[in-house]
Ligand binder design. Structure first.
Ligand code: AMP
Ligand code: MG
Length: 326
């Protein structure tokens, strides 16, 4: 669509006309970039295969990578899945709206392109007033992966949007920084026992407290049940290395992202020492350091404890060296 139509809209809830225009855009097959509490999404009507196809093209995303469908109510989630088990009710009551995606058997109305041909669909209700109002007004479920190019860093502010993605969207809603800062936890309820497909800030222990044992992510063959499970993902353009106790690469100029061990580098960046604070800043810091053009970004490895699992997962993927599944 011509860029003259493109508007950038500020402040959650501050511009009802902008949200109305974005909802109309989704209903008529357009693409809207919108904020969620995790990262910014590139959204389309999930029931419109032609609109969804544009998302894959713009992101350079392989067709084996299913999209998350965003809804504004439990009822809207139930309308796209075949069954809604008791475990889903319990999880949604506790964690929705919030950064938890539930994978369930899909109904036929969900086009295959949304789910990469799988018979399951990932669905979540985002905890962001602007996203919820947009989805509610659109009146359709919204398929939305992160608004970045495939394998690159997710945007947590409109300033992080790659130019090509920005240009390809019909409308951009600006809701400021995404407060959670990393992608949702993805849990499959189509597996028995439920299986963690992607760790996130809602931890495996929190899920298990509600639904009993949860299997860790296993090896993925053929189609990827979770896009975030590709080996290299969430990466800055600058090579990222995970280091311990400040042991930095010897060659070249680099930036050091540290918590407890300051060490001499061309640039240093101190991170919050709590997982929620760290996650909220992580992509923002990586975007910023990436733009500064170092030979490397060295990130101090966070503690190997459960509350850091999602952050370690993203860092290992950003480094292109995922360890054991979490
Ligand atoms: P992204 O949209 O880039 O944040 O990643 C989408 C996430 O959605 C992936 O990590 C998958 O885990 C998840 N997902 C979406 N649909 C499915 C599905 N049908 N089966 C398994 N995972 C899914
Ligand atoms: Mg993504």
């Amino acid at each position: 669509m011509e860029t003259a139509r493109k508007r950038r809209l500020n402040k959650p809830g501050a511009d009802p006309e902008a949200i109305r225009a974005a909802a109309e855009c989704l209903r008529t097959g357009g693409l809207v970039i919108f904020p969620t509490e995790t990262v910014y999404g590139l959204g389309a009507n999930a029931l419109d295969a032609t609109a969804v196809a544009k998302i894959y093209r713009i992101k350079g995303r392989p067709s084996t990578s299913p999209l998350i469908v965003h809804v504004a109510s439990v009822e809207a989630a139930q309308a796209i899945v075949q069954e809604w088990p008791e475990s889903a009710s319990r999880l949604a009551a506790r964690f929705w709206p919030g950064p938890l995606t539930l994978v369930l058997r899909k109904r036929a109305i969900v086009p295959d392109i949304v789910t990469a041909g799988l018979d399951t669909v990932g669905v979540r209700m985002p905890d962001h007033p602007l996203a919820l109002e947009l989805i509610r007004q659109a009146g359709v479920p919204v398929a939305a992966p992160s608004a970045n190019r495939f394998t690159e860093l997710s945007p947590t502010r409109v300033e992080h949007l790659p130019e090509s993605v920005r240009q390809a969207a019909d409308l951009i809603l600006d809701g400021g920084p995404s407060p959670v800062g990393i992608e949702s936890t993805v849990l499959s309820l189509a597996a028995d026992p439920p299986q963690l497909l992607r760790p996130g800030m809602i931890s495996r222990a929190e899920l298990e407290a509600l639904v009993g044992p949860v299997a860790p992510a296993g090896r993925i063959e053929n189609a990827h049940p979770a896009p975030g499970m590709h080996r290299k993902h969430y990466s800055p353009a600058t090579p990222l290395v995970l280091v311990s106790e400040g042991r930095l690469p010897q060659a070249g100029r680099g930036a050091y992202v540290w918590m407890a061990w300051p060490a001499p580098a061309a640039r240093t960046f101190a991170m919050p020492s709590d997982p929620a604070g760290y996650a909220a800043r992580l992509y923002e810091v990586l975007h910023e350091l990436d733009r500064e053009g170092y030979d490397w970004i060295a990130v101090e490895r966070p503690p190997a404890t459960p509350e850091w699992a999602a952050i370690i997962d993203r860092l290992e993927r950003a480094a292109g060296s995922p360890g054991e599944p979490v």
